[in-house]
Every structure is written in structure tokens, then in C-alpha cells.
Design a protein around this ligand. Structure first.
Ligand SMILES: *[C@@H]1O[C@H](CO)[C@@H](O)[C@H](O)[C@H]1NC(C)=O
Ligand SMILES: *[C@@H]1O[C@H](CO)[C@@H](O)[C@H](O)[C@H]1NC(C)=O
Ligand SMILES: *[C@@H]1O[C@H](CO)[C@@H](O)[C@H](O)[C@H]1NC(C)=O
Ligand SMILES: *[C@@H]1O[C@H](CO)[C@@H](O)[C@H](O)[C@H]1NC(C)=O
Ligand SMILES: *[C@@H]1O[C@H](CO)[C@@H](O)[C@H](O)[C@H]1NC(C)=O
Ligand SMILES: *[C@@H]1O[C@H](CO)[C@@H](O)[C@H](O)[C@H]1NC(C)=O
Ligand SMILES: *[C@@H]1O[C@H](CO)[C@@H](O)[C@H](O)[C@H]1NC(C)=O
Ligand SMILES: *[C@@H]1O[C@H](CO)[C@@H](O)[C@H](O)[C@H]1NC(C)=O
Ligand SMILES: *[C@@H]1O[C@H](CO)[C@@H](O)[C@H](O)[C@H]1NC(C)=O
Ligand SMILES: *[C@@H]1O[C@H](CO)[C@@H](O)[C@H](O)[C@H]1NC(C)=O
Ligand SMILES: *[C@@H]1O[C@H](CO)[C@@H](O)[C@H](O)[C@H]1NC(C)=O
Ligand SMILES: *[C@@H]1O[C@H](CO)[C@@H](O)[C@H](O)[C@H]1NC(C)=O
Length: 681
């Protein structure tokens, strides 16, 4: 017998190991009762199965602890349920949710409960530590039963509030009765809940109930002030958001005494008085937002080198004084918005050391002196220092290599010298606004660090003192939609053939007269100034000499028609080319006559309509076109250029005129220059 016992004894550790593993497997498997509760829950909830990613995949077959959005404890009891963004719209009242008695974490955020009330049954889930009903579409009075959830550490009932829509209310119970027993709360988010507490009662309710509070977010809660001093007992407070209330009080200095203050947002809160500088020197502070408190004044202190400030938003306050040189110590600063304040003095050159900057809006202050370099701020994407009193040149190197820069606005200052041409080849740059300065030079070729031009949609250099010919590459920005060189000293003839290079017809709008007006020494279409006028002799150099071809038919084709409409328009235009001596009105009449037959409305800019019927017969209708082209190109053409700013809107079946550039004089063209014509690419 002993002989046979030995192998059996040998197997004992093996079986115990197997058994052990087996119990672990069993215990992680969800309990049958829990599984059927979840399946009942799925059946009673209304949700859109096309949007749902969790509920929709709960099926009879598998272990429910492995379902998406479900968490279990080692005993197979469901302790976590994350059903955020599942497009749930109802069916929660009678559901089995409130029988999942082991739930500790529940997230129903971002659903659409259609302004229903929060079911009082949430009070049954007494194990909850985390409850997130933010943006779930609930509305009305918050039920008193939530105050039974005494283990809660995080409560989020916040929602975006739009005036005029119903919101959650805390009237009965009020804030104090809701919170009195929730002593374990570390995060309270009630943004958008109508707390509507009079006086400073709300801050007392919080300070007396929530000793462990770390995050307090009560924006848009109809709170009034002042902020009670008892709040300073909450020594763990780290994030405070009281924005969009009517606090009508000064900012209390005790905010500076929270040892771990990281974010303070008090925007649009009707604050007044002087902002305590001490708060700005709190070493842990990362975000300060005081935007839109027009009665708050203050100034920036010397910043210590260990500052953690990342985001500073002071726009629309009365902050004034200089920016301290110690701004250079804010090495983590990435976002600075101090627009429409009353700052003055020089912008410290130490700002050039702020390598983390992403967003800079310092517009509408009274800064003077030069602009600092931003060359080291490689992540910079937005810079607006317009409407100040800055002077001096803007060196090309200041913005060199800023590959993320999208928007630069230096308008309404007193900058002079050369437009920084490095801007024109930054790979992300969409908007350049340099108007209303004293720039007097723009380089004739972009300072290309990269082979491409920037993808500009806006180039505004108006009201400067720029002179010389218009740089040819200005016409190479393929997606430009706002383009203004008006009120400068540009000279020469607008190179129509350059404009022709712009590919899309919609962009013709960018090059109307207003783009160029106010340049006395500039002539040619789309301006009305004829280049022949001897009183304003344009300084013509070889490169920008004379318009070579009379018309670029391709261009008019693009300008007048697009889509299927285009095909119908080519014929008449070609035909007009033959009759190039005819008055331009003929073409309008012609188009006017023929388009209605195609179902288009053609409102003519000159009210040609009335007499048109009479004379229309003078124009023989023929669509025969191409044969005489070569002959025509040798003839000189002087006349008016009328269809430049017209286009067919194929969807509205309408011809759209820009009345400002309906007809333009073409400059006289010498036959020598026409003979050397070569179609521009
Ligand atoms: C849900 O299940 C379907 C098919 O059973 C699967 O294609 C899809 O990837 C699953 N979705 C998620 C979010 O697991
Ligand atoms: C909210 O849910 C919708 C789907 O219903 C989703 O598209 C959206 O991204 C969610 N929003 C957030 C902030 O999670
Ligand atoms: C609540 O859930 C939403 C959506 O999942 C999330 O964005 C938000 O941060 C959550 N709130 C808290 C306090 O965790
Ligand atoms: C639950 O039912 C009550 C009435 O019994 C109703 O007022 C409430 O809006 C319902 N809530 C939801 C989420 O359907
Ligand atoms: C909540 O608990 C009460 C008793 O504590 C019970 O009567 C009620 O049925 C429970 N509600 C749900 C939905 O489980
Ligand atoms: C906020 O609630 C109070 C009552 O508590 C009410 O008088 C007021 O109209 C509510 N305001 C809004 C915007 O719902
Ligand atoms: C803000 O509160 C002050 C004083 O409590 C009050 O005079 C003022 O009308 C309130 N402003 C708004 C917009 O409610
Ligand atoms: C300070 O607050 C941050 C962010 O809220 C948190 O991560 C950190 O643990 C807190 N530190 C202390 C000492 O409380
Ligand atoms: C930066 O902080 C140090 C002290 O930490 C201070 O001496 C210095 O003046 C501050 N300013 C600059 C520009 O470094
Ligand atoms: C702006 O600051 C100047 C002093 O720098 C002061 O004289 C002026 O009153 C301030 N303006 C406003 C609107 O606060
Ligand atoms: C930038 O920082 C370096 C090193 O911290 C310092 O030597 C230099 O003076 C700073 N430059 C400016 C313009 O403040
Ligand atoms: C702008 O600066 C000039 C001198 O540089 C000064 O004369 C003028 O008063 C300043 N304007 C404003 C609005 O500060």
C-alpha cells in the first residue's frame, strides 16, 4: 500500500495548486444574480444601439465582469459601472440599477435623460464612492436621497447651462442639507446647478461639511457673495472654480493660503477691488483665470523662479502697470491672455525665454517699445499683440521656424521697417494681420526656410507705407480669401496675369478693387485707375511691365462660370472675343438673354435689362469660336473688362456680380508687348 501512496502524496501539492487556481477563476467570474441584474438593466434602459459601445455588447453568453463598462470585485460582485456617452434616454426609474447594491463607482455622464428628474432611488446605492451624472440631461430638484450616500468621495452633477433651459435645482434640499453628511467628499462639481443661495451661506455650508474637499467647482450656480472666510479651513483645496456667478465682492486674500492651490477660476463673477498679488506668487498655482471682471484691478508681481504658472487669463480686467522682467521665470507658461487690460511699458525681452508658449493674446493694451522675439517658443500657435503702441522693426528672426504658428496679429501698432518675410513660409500660418503700422518694405521673394509658401487664408497689410511693386509671390497663396494691400504706396501695374494664377473662382472675390485701393501709384484692373493717365506715371520696371495678353479666356471662364454652367458660357465669350470692338454691354445683354433660357436669373449691374431687348439682335448668335483666335491675339484691345467679378451660382441658378468691379478700363497695350505674349501658367 505504501508503494501506491507515494505517487498520490506527490499529487497533493498539484491538486491544491489546481484547486487554488480554480477558486480564483470562480471568484472573478460574475455572480449569476449580478449578471441577471445587468441584463435586466440593459433591457429596461432606452438607448441607441448605433451609438452605444458598452450596453449593446452585453450578451447572455460571457462572464459579465468582462463586459465593457463593468467592473467587479474578486468575489464577482459588480462594483463599477461606466455607462457614460451611451445615449441612454430613459428607462432608469424601474430598472435593476438600484439593486446593484455593491456599486462603488457609477458614471452615467453625457447621456440624454430628457430633462427627467434624478431618481430618488440613487439613495439606495449606499456603497457609492464615485457618482457622475454630469451632462446626463437631468433637471429639476436634486433629490434629498443623494444625501444618504455618505461614502461619496466624488460627486459630479455638473452640466453646461444655457440661459432659458431648465437646470438642476438645489432649493429643497438646499446645499447644506445635501452636503451635511457627505463628509468624505474630495470633489464636488455642481456647475450649472441653480443653487441660488443668498449671501455667503453656500461657502459656510461647504466649509462646515466637507473637510477633505480638494476640488470645488461651482461655476454658473447663481451664487452671490461674499466668499466666506470659513472656506480657508479647507486646507486641501486645490482646484477652485467659482466663475460665472454674481459674487459682487473682492477676491479674498486667503486663497493664497491654500498650500496646494493649483487652479483658480473666477471669470465673469462680477468681482471688484484689487486682486491680491500674493495669489499670483503661490508656487503651486498653475492656472489663474480672472477674465471679464471689469472692476478688478491689480498688477503682476515679481515671479519667483520656481513658479508653476501655465495659464494666465486676465483679459477684460483693469490690471495695469508693467509686465515684470521676472516673466522670464515663468518657464512653464503656455497660455497668456491679457487682452483689453491697461498694461503699459515695454514687453520684457525675457519673454523670449518662455519656450512653452502656445497661445499669446496681449492685444489692446498700451505697451510700447519693441516686440520681443518668439523664436524660442517653438509650440506657439497664436499670437495677437494688436492695438498697442509698439514700435521699431520686427526682425525676420523673431518668428523664424515657428512651425505651429497659425495666427499672427500685430495690427494697429507703430512697427516700421520690413515686413518679416519669414512669415510667408511658415507651414501652418493661416492669418497674417499687420495692418495700420508703418511698415515700408516687403521683400520681393519670401525668405524661405521651407520650400513651400504658408497656407494663408488672410493677408492684411493695409494702411502701411509699403512701396515698390507688389511681390509676385503674393498671388501664389492658393487658399487666400482675405487679401488687402490697400492704402499703401505700392506702385506699378497690377499683374493681372499673376492674379489669373489663382486657381479657384471663389477666390476672385479676394482680389477686388478694395484689395488694392488707396495706392496712388498703382494702376490697372481691378482698380479703376487707368495706367495711361500721364498725371500718375507708374514706375514700370521690366518685370512688372504691361499686361501682355488682352484677355485670359481661361480666367474669365473661371470667373464667370463653374460647375455645369461653365459649359454654356464658353461659347458666348469666345464669340465676344471676335467682336472685340463691341461695347462691353453687348456681352452683358447677350448673357442676360441667353441665361434665362438655361434657367438662370441674371441681375445686371447696370440695369441693362430695359434696353437690352431692343438691341440684342445686333449681336449675331453663333457659338463658333476658336478659328480666329490667333488673329485676335495680335490685335490691340482697349476697352472695358466687365465680367471680371461675375460668377454663376449653379445652385441658386443666379449670376452674381460684384458691383464694385463690374466694368474696368483695360490699359492700352502696345503691339510690341502683345507680340511677346506668353500665357502665364
Ligand atoms: C461590440 O460587438 C461587436 C460585434 O459583437 C463588435 O464588432 C464590436 O467591436 C464590439 N464593440 C466594442 C466597443 O467592443
Ligand atoms: C457624449 O456622447 C456622444 C455620443 O452620444 C459622443 O459623441 C460625445 O463625444 C460624448 N461627449 C463627451 C464629452 O464625452
Ligand atoms: C464625469 O464623466 C465625464 C464623462 O466621462 C468626464 O468628462 C468627467 O471628468 C467626469 N467627472 C469627474 C469628476 O470625474
Ligand atoms: C422617474 O419617475 C418619476 C415619477 O415617478 C418622474 O418624475 C421622473 O422624471 C422619472 N425619472 C426618469 C429618469 O425617468
Ligand atoms: C430602495 O430601498 C428601499 C428601502 O430601503 C426599498 O423600499 C426600495 O424598493 C429600494 N428601491 C429600489 C429601486 O431598489
Ligand atoms: C433658480 O432657483 C430659484 C429658486 O431657488 C428661482 O427663483 C430662480 O428663478 C431660478 N433661476 C433659474 C435661472 O432657473
Ligand atoms: C449682482 O449682485 C448685486 C448685489 O448683490 C446686484 O446689485 C446686481 O444686480 C446683481 N447683478 C446681476 C447681473 O444679477
Ligand atoms: C495637490 O493637488 C494636486 C492636484 O489636485 C494633487 O495631484 C496632489 O496630490 C496634491 N498634493 C497634496 C500634497 O495635497
Ligand atoms: C527670477 O527669480 C529670481 C528669484 O528666484 C529673481 O532673483 C529674478 O530677479 C527673477 N527674474 C528673472 C528675470 O530671472
Ligand atoms: C490706465 O492706466 C493709467 C496709468 O498707467 C491710468 O492713468 C488710467 O486711468 C488707467 N485707465 C483705466 C481705464 O484704468
Ligand atoms: C534667458 O534665460 C537664460 C538662462 O536662464 C538667461 O541667462 C538669459 O538672460 C535669459 N534671457 C532673457 C532675455 O531674459
Ligand atoms: C505711443 O507712443 C508715443 C511715443 O512712442 C507717445 O507719444 C504716445 O502718446 C503713445 N500713445 C499711447 C496711446 O500711449
Amino acid at each position: 500500500m505504501k508503494i501506491f501512496q507515494l505517487p498520490w502524496l506527490f499529487l497533493i501539492p498539484f491538486f491544491t495548486a489546481l484547486f487554488g487556481i480554480n477558486t480564483i477563476l470562480v471568484s472573478s467570474q460574475c455572480l449569476e444574480g449580478q449578471k441577471s441584474l445587468l441584463l435586466q438593466l440593459k433591457n429596461s434602459l432606452k438607448f441607441n444601439s448605433a451609438i452605444s459601445v458598452s450596453l449593446v455588447n452585453w450578451t447572455q453568453t460571457n462572464d459579465c465582469c468582462g463586459w465593457k463598462g463593468v467592473n467587479c470585485d474578486p468575489n464577482g460582485r459588480v462594483t463599477g459601472l461606466d455607462l457614460n456617452s451611451e445615449s441612454i434616454s430613459g428607462g432608469i426609474n424601474q430598472s435593476s440599477l438600484f439593486s446593484l447594491q455593491f456599486l462603488e463607482n457609477l458614471n452615467l455622464a453625457n447621456n440624454s435623460f430628457k430633462f427627467a428628474q434624478i431618481p430618488p432611488s440613487f439613495g439606495n446605492l449606499t456603497s457609492l464612492r464615485y457618482l457622475n451624472l454630469s451632462m446626463a440631461g437631468f433637471n429639476g430638484q436634486i433629490p434629498i436621497e443623494l444625501s444618504l450616500l455618505t461614502r461619496l468621495a466624488v460627486l459630479d452633477l455638473s452640466s453646461l447651462y444655457f440661459p432659458g433651459t431648465p437646470s438642476l435645482q438645489l432649493e429643497n434640499p438646499n446645499l447644506l442639507t445635501l452636503l451635511r453628511n457627505l463628509n468624505k467628499l474630495t470633489e464636488l462639481h455642481l456647475d450649472g446647478v441653480n443653487i441660488s443661495a443668498k449671501g455667503s451661506g453656500w461657502s459656510q455650508a461647504i466649509s462646515s461639511s466637507l473637510p477633505s474637499l480638494r476640488v470645488l467647482s461651482l461655476s454658473n450656480c447663481y451664487l452671490s457673495g461674499p466668499i466666506d472666510i470659513s472656506l480657508q479651513n479647507l486646507q486641501f483645496l486645490s482646484e477652485i472654480n467659482l466663475g460665472k456667478n454674481n459674487l459682487s465682492a473682492p477676491v479674498p486674500e486667503f486663497f493664497a493660503s491654500f498650500p496646494n492651490l493649483t487652479a483658480l477660476s473666477l471669470s465673469s463673477s462680477n468681482l471688484y477691488g484689487t486682486f491680491p498679488e500674493k495669489i499670483l506668487r503661490v508656487p503651486t498655482l498653475q492656472t489663474l483665470d480672472l477674465e471679464n471682471n471689469r472692476l478688478v484691478d491689480g498688477s503682476l508681481p515679481e515671479f519667483p523662479r520656481n513658479s508653476n504658472l501655465k495659464k494666465l487669463v486676465l483679459s477684460d480686467t483693469k490690471f495695469s502697470g508693467r509686465l515684470p522682467d521676472s516673466m522670464g521665470n515663468l518657464t512653464k507658461l503656455s497660455w497668456i491672455e491679457i487682452a483689453r487690460c491697461n498694461f503699459s511699458g515695454m514687453i520684457p525681452t525675457s519673454m523670449a525665454n518662455l519656450t512653452q508658449l502656445v497661445y499669446v493674446d496681449m492685444s489692446s493694451n498700451m505697451f510700447n517699445g519693441p516686440i520681443p522675439s518668439f523664436q524660442m517658443s517653438k509650440n506657439l500657435s497664436y499670437i495677437d499683440i494688436s492695438h498697442s503702441n509698439l514700435t521699431g522693426p520686427v526682425p525676420d528672426t523673431h518668428f523664424e521656424g515657428l512651425s505651429n504658428l497659425v495666427n499672427i496679429n500685430l495690427a494697429y501698432n507703430s512697427f516700421k521697417g520690413s515686413v518679416p518675410s519669414s512669415l510667408f513660409s511658415l507651414p501652418s500660418l493661416k492669418k497674417i494681420q499687420l495692418s495700420n503700422n508703418h511698415f515700408d518694405e516687403v521683400s520681393q521673394s519670401p525668405n524661405r526656410s521651407s520650400p513651400e509658401l504658408s497656407p494663408l487664408d488672410t493677408l492684411d497689410l493695409s494702411s502701411n507705407k509699403l512701396q515698390g511693386p507688389i511681390p509676385p509671390y503674393f498671388f501664389d497663396f492658393v487658399s487666400i480669401s482675405i487679401f488687402s494691400l490697400s492704402f499703401n504706396n505700392f506702385s506699378g501695374i497690377i499683374q493681372l496675369e499673376s492674379i489669373r494664377r489663382i486657381p479657384s473662382s471663389t477666390q476672385l472675390q479676394s482680389f477686388s478693387e478694395t484689395s488694392f485701393e488707396g495706392n496712388e501709384r498703382l494702376c490697372g484692373p481691378p482698380l479703376n485707375t487707368s495706367c495711361s493717365n500721364p498725371s500718375t506715371p507708374p514706375s514700370v520696371n521690366k518685370s512688372d511691365s504691361v499686361l501682355r495678353t488682352v484677355f485670359d479666356w481661361q480666367f474669365i471662364y473661371t470667373g464667370l462660370g463653374f460647375g455645369i454652367g461653365a459649359g454654356f458660357i464658353v461659347g458666348p465669350l469666345m464669340f465676344w472675343k471676335k467682336l472685340s470692338n463691341c461695347c462691353d454691354e453687348h456681352i452683358e445683354r447677350f448673357v442676360w438673354k441667353i441665361l434665362p433660357t438655361l434657367g438662370f436669373i441674371f441681375p445686371c449691374c447696370n440695369d441693362v435689362n430695359d434696353e437690352a431687348e431692343d438691341n440684342i439682335d445686333e449681336v449675331p448668335l453663333t457659338e463658333d469660336s476658336d478659328e480666329d483666335d490667333d488673329e485676335m491675339e495680335d490685335k490691340t484691345f482697349m476697352g472695358r473688362y466687365c465680367v471680371f467679378c461675375s460668377k454663376l451660382d449653379i445652385y441658386r441658378k443666379k449670376v452674381i456680380h460684384d458691383p464694385k468691379c463690374c466694368c474696368h478700363e483695360l490699359p492700352p497695350i502696345s503691339s510690341s508687348s502683345t507680340s511677346s505674349s506668353s500665357p502665364s501658367k
